[in-house]
Structure formats: C-alpha cells, structure tokens
Ligand binder design. Structure first.
Ligand SMILES: NC(=O)c1ccc[n+]([C@@H]2O[C@H](COP(=O)([O-])OP(=O)(O)OC[C@H]3O[C@@H](n4cnc5c(N)ncnc54)[C@H](OP(=O)(O)O)[C@@H]3O)[C@@H](O)[C@H]2O)c1
Length: 232
C-alpha cells in the first residue's frame, strides 16, 4: 500500500503546488489548513485544476493524524507554532518532510538572505520539535512554487532530499518522483539542510536577476539514483 500524504499549509504557494502536482499523478492528498474554510477553498481550486483529483480538505490536525508522510509547508516564522499545535497529533513512525527556509524576510530582511538557526537549519529545528519516533526529512527547498502550482508549466529540476535514514528518504523520493520533471537526489544526512536551505536564497537571487523560476540540477549522477551505492 502506498504512503498516505498530508500537506500542512496546503493553502499556501508551495503546499498548493505540491498538492495539485501529486493529485495530477492520481495520488490522494489531504490538504491541510488551520481553517476548514481555507482548506475547502484550496481543495476546490485543486479539483478545478485536476478534475478527478482526490483532494480532501481538512484542518491540519486531522490531516496529520491519518497520514504516513506529512509535508510541512509553512513560513519559517510560523514553523515552531505549527509544530507545537501538531505535537499531540503527530505519531511515532510518521515522516515529516520539512520544506521550511529561514529567509531573512521572516523578520523584515531580504529574501536573498537567511537567518541563523541555532540547531543548524530549519529542518533540524523541526527534528528537535517533533514527538519522539517522528523522523524528519528535508526536501523541496529549491523547487519554486510558481512553476509547481501551474500545471501548464513543465518541470525539469532536482529535489535535494536529506535525512538521517535511508529508507525515509527513499519513501519521500518515491512520492516526489511521481511528479513528471522532478528528480529526487539523496543529498545526505539531515544536517545537509543547513546548506540546502541557503541554496533557496541563492536561487531567489538568481531567479530575480533573470526573471525566471529556475531550479537546481546536479550533473554527473548515475541513471539509477535510489538507493545510492553508499549512503546513510
Ligand atoms: N514559495 C516557494 O517557492 C517555496 C519554495 C521552497 C520552499 N518554500 C518554503 O516553504 C514554506 C511555505 O512557503 P509558501 O511560499 O507556500 O508560504 P505561504 O504561501 O506564505 O504560506 C503557506 C501557508 O502557511 C500556513 N500558515 C500556518 N501558520 C501560519 C501563520 N501563523 N501565519 C500565516 N500562515 C500560516 C498558511 O495556511 P493556513 O492559513 O491555511 O493555515 C499558508 O497558506 C516556507 O517555509 C518557504 O520558505 C517556499
């Protein structure tokens, strides 16, 4: 049986884009929001974009409870608040996929700069906050929401996936690799999120200069990426 997917923050740019792309592959998605009305509105929009989409509108707590893999797609300034609210609903064995980027914009700074996070990265902060037995994987940081959310746009980029357990990364990759044009690359342990999150600020800077929604592509990799010959 395939993993059940929930998205916390599915009303936002990244969460919505992920929801429609997964729905377009035929995957059922629980679209979470803090508000049932906003969840319903986003699920309606997803069904309009993908007529046979199996998107359910749920409040975040309910979305999380029934999922195997939870994508956390909320702004950095609200990451800890959201994880606190979900603490009693996340359970052992689940994977939380963190896409949070600690952009300086969260405190009125530039989107081309990041904030220091004591734990090393937003993903590591999430790992410290989730209940015991919930494992964190980092992914999607460099995938731009504008392209992801527009099914008319062809994707052609890599998703850098980091995490401390090989099997977890593989499960997350199995979901994201369903989306045509995305290719998941094992970027190493969760601590690599520290570098990957910085890459988003770099991509924002490059994209602003060229007025594009470019992504990241790693060259020179083998055809078969999962599992890598040696990994952790
Ligand atoms: N946008 C991109 O291209 C992109 C790419 C890669 C990574 N990311 C990262 O992904 C995360 C989400 O980015 P985004 O652009 O999708 O953000 P966004 O559109 O501003 O917001 C995403 C969602 O967060 C939810 N949220 C939860 N608590 C909130 C609060 N207290 N205040 C406001 N919103 C709250 C909101 O959903 P409800 O109000 O329905 O609960 C909102 O729709 C960020 O950490 C960002 O750095 C973004």
């Amino acid at each position: 049986m395939s993993d059940r997917v929930a998205i916390v923050g599915a009303t936002g740019a990244l969460g919505f884009g992920l929801a429609v792309r997964l729905a377009a592959t035929g995957m059922p998605v629980a679209m979470g929001s803090r508000s049932p009305e906003r969840a319903e509105e986003a699920a309606g929009k997803a069904r309009a974009a993908v007529p046979d989409a199996e998107c359910t509108a749920v409040v975040n707590q309910d979305a999380v409870r029934d999922a195997d893999i939870v994508f956390l797609c909320v702004p950095f300034r609200n990451q800890s608040e959201n994880l606190t609210n979900l603490k009693d609903h996340l359970r052992e064995g689940q994977i939380l996929v963190d896409a949070t980027v600690p952009l300086a914009a969260a405190v009125g700074g530039r989107a081309t700069r990041t904030l220091g996070v004591w734990q090393g990265s937003a993903a590591q902060q999430a790992a410290e906050m989730v209940p015991e037995g919930v494992r964190v994987v980092g992914a999607l940081h460099t995938v731009g929401a504008p392209k992801l959310g527009d099914l008319a746009e062809a994707l052609d980029e890599d998703v850098l996936v980091c995490g401390d357990k090989r099997a977890d990364k593989r499960r997350v990759a199995a979901i994201l690799d369903r989306i045509p044009g995305l290719r998941c690359v094992d970027a190493g342990r969760l601590e690599q999120a520290r570098t990957i999150e910085q890459m988003t600020a770099l991509m924002i800077s490059i994209n602003a200069r060229y007025k594009v929604h470019g992504g990241v592509r790693i060259v020179g990799l083998p055809k078969e990426l999962w599992p890598p010959p040696s990994s952790s």
